[in-house]
Ligand binder design. Structure first.
Ligand code: KG4
Ligand code: ZN
Length: 343
């Protein structure tokens, strides 16, 4: 089965072709760092306008890199939510129009279930049950993953997402957008013990996270110092990164123990973080669990993960009508687009 995936939930327009839910034939991503860079964050209206300009070219590239004509496809999978509604609508409308024109089934995919499906692409041998840690610009959550059932939420952030904290700290430090990779690069030259930033909820039972207190602590430190030297900037970045990563490792370990499972999949943009990969890798060796980290280009937003998740839905006979709509907020495991309407 050949499925075209289209993803445009935030500031990336992406298209990909995946065979049988496992084999990536092509994966194209058009980023917008140049569009949002001057503003230090995503400007939704500019994002959807740029998507409109890029969508047909990105989809055409994905098909030509896969060596396919549209009539050879078996289905189209598009992200329906959560995300920026204006951005989502561009990929969704294009996907629906293409499916209608070619007489193909179209299926709406939950963005976070897409991130989790990157695991199937990176580690096809990983059998559920396992724990999924989804860490992105909008989400920080732990799920129990079982075959044939929606992911079960174990815990999540009570305020900011960890990726959002990276992006805000980048802005405070005068580092370029997107913030995560910039903070991580700056941290390499700094000392993680230079400053002791808070690790909220670390000692509290359960699997919830909190990142707004950490962000505020960094803001106060930057304000107190005024003009930052290169060295100070690196030390703050390294100390922040250590404080952001530690709760992810501790709570994931706790969830694995509580759920009695031996494998963890880490997905979403922040899963590209080098320090997190190292620390989780060390925890995995010490505790004897398997840690799966998809390659970075499958962690940050991409359409191969959407095609993979959509392939599983299409294989189960699921397909949505042309009234398929986009939704800004959608709990994992629900698919409000199946019945139409907007939110
Ligand atoms: O999954 P993603 O591409 O988009 C969303 O669904 O949000 O995640 C983007 C987030 C951004 O907050 C970005 O700063 C963060 O992932 N990120 C990183 C790294 N690469 C991307 N955070 C820390 N270290 C990185 N290397
Ligand atoms: Zn994402």
């Amino acid at each position: 089965m050949l499925v075209l995936g289209v993803e445009s939930s935030c500031d990336e327009m992406a298209a990909a072709v995946v065979r049988d839910g496992r084999e990536i034939l092509s994966s194209c991503v058009h980023g917008q760092a140049d569009v949002h860079g001057p503003y230090g964050g995503v400007v939704p209206e500019l994002a959807s306008r740029d998507h409109t300009r890029a969508v047909s070219r990105v989809v055409a590239n994905a098909l030509s890199e896969a060596g396919l004509a549209p009539e050879q496809l078996d289905g189209v999978a598009v992200t329906a939510g959560p995300g920026l509604v204006g951005s989502l609508l561009v990929g969704l409308s294009f996907g629906k129009a293409l499916a209608y024109r070619m007489g193909l089934p179209v299926v709406g995919v939950h963005h976070l279930e897409g991130h989790l499906a990157a695991t199937a692409l990176a580690a096809p041998d990983l059998e559920p049950p396992y724990v999924g840690l989804v860490i992105s610009g909008g989400h920080t959550a732990l799920y129990r993953i079982e075959s044939g059932r929606p992911p079960r939420l174990l815990g999540q952030t009570r305020d900011d997402a960890v990726g959002e904290a990276f992006d805000k700290v980048a802005r405070l430090l005068g580092l370029p957008y997107p913030g995560g990779p910039a903070v991580s690069a700056a941290a390499r030259a700094g000392s993680e013990v230079a400053l002791k930033f808070p690790r909220p909820l670390l000692d509290r039972a359960g699997f919830d996270f909190s990142y707004s207190g950490l962000k505020t602590a960094v803001a106060l430190e930057v304000e107190r110092r005024g003009e930052l030297s290169e060295e100070e900037r690196a030390d703050i970045a390294a100390s922040f990164e250590a404080a952001a990563v530690e709760p992810l490792v501790v709570k994931a370990r706790r969830a694995l123990e509580a759920e009695g499972v031996g494998a963890l999949a880490v997905v979403g943009g922040v899963a590209a973080n080098r320090r997190l990969r190292e620390e989780m890798g060390r925890a995995a060796s010490a505790m004897g669990f398997r840690a799966v980290f998809p390659p970075s280009d499958l962690c940050t937003d991409n359409a191969a993960m959407i095609a993979a998740a959509g392939s599983a839905l299409l294989a189960r006979g699921e397909a949505h009508g042309l009234d398929l709509n986009s939704f800004s907020r959608v709990p994992v495991g629900s698919a409000p687009w199946s019945s139409g309407g907007a939110a």
